[in-house]
Design a protein around this ligand. Structure first.
Ligand SMILES: Cc1cc2nc3c(=O)[nH]c(=O)nc-3n(C[C@H](O)[C@H](O)[C@H](O)COP(=O)(O)OP(=O)(O)OC[C@H]3O[C@@H](n4cnc5c(N)ncnc54)[C@H](O)[C@@H]3O)c2cc1C
Length: 592
């Protein structure tokens, strides 16, 4: 059975020594969020995840969710797990105090997401969507709507969903058909079918608040005619209790490859009463608040599963005895040495370690930027943070989930045949990790968002800001003799990224297929370079010798591994990107 220990030292190393989380306590409203307070909160979260949620992960996968006549039962233990989650006040952690939240910085929520996803991805998705709904309502909901619904979402007594997908409208949401007609009293009647709705129906709470994309009668065609509605499963009474059923039913649940303990539902809305969130026809803008938060959350799913699979691979590699070390057996009297002595096993472990710690650094950096974007007193700092968060959101989503899937595979490989059978739990991590590359906008769509929208925006303004920050750190690293070679290699990589960006942009002006043909490779390259930058930052702290954290001693060697063995993968990507769209599009569709 897999085990999990929250990597608290690694988390503290990043927050305290590399990313200076202490800066947040100087922002308005965050005075109490000192590094010590955040550290104590994270330790408590770790206990819940290790002791309550992780033990339900494998049994939840084996049992799955149960559907009967419109009701969904979650696997054994999930209700108790959810009660413990609620009792600890976790749903309220980063929500606004105006609605009963604790008002802690968003970075605390990012760390919590990682721990939840490592311990039990299926479970984590019940509260993850509620958290996204809270964010969207805080930003776009009117006062009266928020007064009625937010406190119950914030204290976790109700959960939320995001209802976008329809059978014929997945990536292309402009085609959705769900309709909303005015009911005459300020509410709307929503009718339509949504599919693949995570946590659409379950038995953890007595009400579920659906955020639904639908069209008003006078809506223009395409995405410009979509509005967002709040549609509860049960209509709340005046005193805020879940009252009479609304016209919302669950038609069935999906049988799927992974996250089996999370209910993926077909949801039918039939004249269900709902309320407009934000302006009419501007629903995509409102939904993007939820989607961007969810995209970062899905990135943490990749990291969370990568971390737990790595931990189990390390434990197994230290125990499993096979073969002899090429450099002489460390256990001369035994029959064999632990497989961790073999360079190929080390290669796998180091690759996982270097990716995981680098991705975590990148994701936490963005988590802190979200707080800077929201709270900094200096407008220029807020604007810079807004640009960087926008630029990095598709990178975190797609890079961390692509790499997350690869890492779960590598971890399985370390177990040999034992990884492939169910008992050890490693194949569950691979199955669970796969969906994160697909939902919340496929990784192909994320890549198009990066290269087709974020990179050209403002004539490359977001990329220029990113490059300027990285160049500053590389110049500082080059001053340190132990890091000079690493800094030089990173400078060369950054230059390649800038050059190839210019090449694609120039080509795209002549051939619109150039963006789509290059996008996935470009996003991967961006992720590799950004993660390399994070490794330089971690190496600088380690080299300075100022950290008292025990993991600091491992960072230099891991940084060197990343720069030597992982980062060079970007050179192949440059060649692939430079070869352009013609090799991709040469065959006519009929030739396939
Ligand atoms: C387990 C699970 C949970 C989910 N949870 C939710 C949820 O809670 N709420 C919700 O609303 N939805 C949810 N979804 C739906 C999910 O977000 C969609 O499946 C996803 O966005 C892709 O849509 P699609 O499946 O229709 O694929 P399609 O849009 O048909 O895409 C098929 C392929 O074509 C590619 N493609 C499509 N259009 C383009 C384009 N313009 N350019 C380049 N490539 C393109 C895609 O990248 C993909 O590879 C969930 C799905 C699953 C499986």
């Amino acid at each position: 059975m897999p085990t999990y220990k929250a990597p608290l030292d690694d988390i503290r190393f990043l927050l305290d020594d590399v990313l200076d989380v202490g800066q947040l306590a100087t922002l308005p409203g965050y005075g109490d969020a000192t590094p010590d307070v955040l550290g104590a909160v994270i330790e408590e979260a770790a206990k819940l995840c290790e002791e309550v949620l992780q033990p339900l992960n494998q049994s939840g996968d084996a049992e799955g969710c149960h559907y009967e006549n419109g009701t969904v039962r979650t696997p054994r233990g999930f209700r108790d797990g959810y009660d413990a989650y609620r009792a600890g006040g976790w749903p309220a952690m980063v929500a606004s105090p105006d609605y009963g939240g604790q008002g802690l910085p968003h970075i605390a929520g990012v760390v919590l997401d990682e721990l939840l996803c490592s311990s039990n991805l299926s479970f984590s998705m019940y509260p993850l969507l509620a958290h996204g709904a809270v964010g969207a309502l805080q930003r776009w909901g009117d006062k009266e709507l928020n007064r009625r619904f937010l406190p119950r979402l914030v204290d976790g007594s109700w959960t939320g969903t995001m209802c976008l997908t329809e059978p014929h409208a997945g990536t292309d949401l402009g085609m959705i058909r769900t309709r909303a007609i005015p009911a005459g009293d300020g509410a709307y009647l929503v009718t339509g079918t949504k599919i693949f709705i995570s946590a659409g129906e379950h038995d953890l709470t007595d009400n579920i608040i659906h955020l639904v994309l639908a069209r008003l009668p006078d809506a223009p065609a395409g995405t410009k005619g979509i509005s967002l509605f709040l549609v509860p499963k049960r209509l709340p009474t005046d005193d805020g209790v879940a009252g009479t059923p609304n016209g919302v039913t669950c038609g069935s649940i999906e049988h799927k490859m992974g996250i089996k303990a999370n209910a993926t539902c077909v949801m039918n809305f039939e004249n269900a009463r709902g309320w407009l969130v934000g302006e009419a026809h501007k629903g995509m803008r409102a939904m993007f608040t939820m989607m961007n938060g969810a995209r970062l959350g899905v990135g943490m799913q990749g990291l969370g599963l990568a971390e737990v699979s790595y931990q189990n691979a390390v434990a197994y590699a230290k125990e499993r005895l096979q073969g002899r070390a090429a450099h002489g057996p460390p256990v001369p009297n035994g029959d064999a040495d632990p497989i961790i002595v073999h360079p190929d096993v080390r290669r796998m472990l180091m690759t996982m370690k270097a990716y995981n710690e680098g991705m975590r650094a990148l994701a936490y950096w963005v988590g802190i930027l979200i707080d800077v974007e929201e709270r900094h007193v200096d407008q220029a700092r807020r604007e810079e943070a807004t640009d960087l968060v926008a630029l990095m959101t598709p990178v975190i989503k797609a890079f961390c989930t692509d790499v997350g899937f690869e890492v779960t595979n590598l971890a399985l490989q370390c177990f040999g045949g034992h990884g492939y059978i169910r008992e050890y739990g490693m194949e569950q991590f691979v199955r669970d990790a796969r969906i994160a590359q697909i939902y919340e906008g496929t990784n192909g769509v994320q890549a198009m968002d990066l290269l087709g929208r974020k990179v050209p925006d403002g004539n490359g303004r977001m990329v220029r800001r990113f490059v300027a920050i990285v160049e500053g750190d590389l110049a500082a690293a080059a001053e340190r003799p132990a890091l000079r070679a690493m800094a030089d290699q990173m400078r060369e990589s950054l230059r390649s990224l800038v050059d190839v960006t210019g090449t694609v942009m120039a080509r795209a002006a002549k051939d619109p297929d150039e963006i789509g043909a290059a996008a996935a490779d470009y996003l991967r390259m961006f992720g590799l370079v950004a993660t390399g930058w994070m490794w330089v930052r971690m190496a600088m702290v380690a080299d300075a010798g100022t950290s008292t954290n025990p993991v600091a001693a491992t960072k230099l060697a891991t940084a060197q591994f990343y720069i030597a063995k992982v980062l060079p993968g970007m050179h192949a990507l440059v060649r692939q990107i430079e070869s352009g769209a013609i090799p991709v599009m040469a065959l006519e569709a009929a030739a396939f």
